[in-house]
Design a protein around this ligand. Sequence first.
Ligand code: CO
Length: 213
Amino acid sequence: MEKSYLKLLENNKTWAALQKNNDPEFFIELTKGQTPDYLWIGCSDSRVPANQITGTKPGEMFVHRNIANMVVHSDMNLLSVLSYAVDVLKVKHIIVCGHYGCGGILAAMGNKQYGLIDNWLRHIKDVYIYHHAELDNIKDKEKRVRRFVELNIVEQVHDLGKTSIVQNAWKSEQPLHIHGWVYDTADGEIIDLGVTFTCTKDLHSVYHLENED
Ligand code: CO
């Protein structure tokens, strides 16, 4: 068995020493706690490392990643991260960042069976169906995939806004903006898709949640 993982531990030693050298207070400050301004919801894809591509340091970004950056409202993992980020950490921005060339999106557009993951891909297929009129009309396969990547991100931003967690934050006038971005694995650049939600009125009224009282 090859031991490439040992390199990671070596790298870590070098990295930790460098940080301490550059700033002796670096880790001391981080032990006091975290106050990140951002929650990142991104794809698990190894080519899209949240901190690296945004130039953020440890302590600056709370991160949740899954296949195809999905906001599934029955996903206890996502909901727990979202609740902690919004209710406790009081992040100011939530960024859903997808990426061109997303394997999850490609798989969801196809018909091949992959096993258990098909259950996850179903959520993505459902997004396709919402937008099938537009997507079916794009004859060029590559363009259709790219557009689906973008539409899926927009849909996940909507799905975030539909959660009681985000709506309650808005109701209590907690500053919270949610954004949809797409990362291009071909050139390393992020494009803002311009779907920034800042309050409940950005959503269709059927999703508006009232207080119980
Ligand atoms: Co992906």
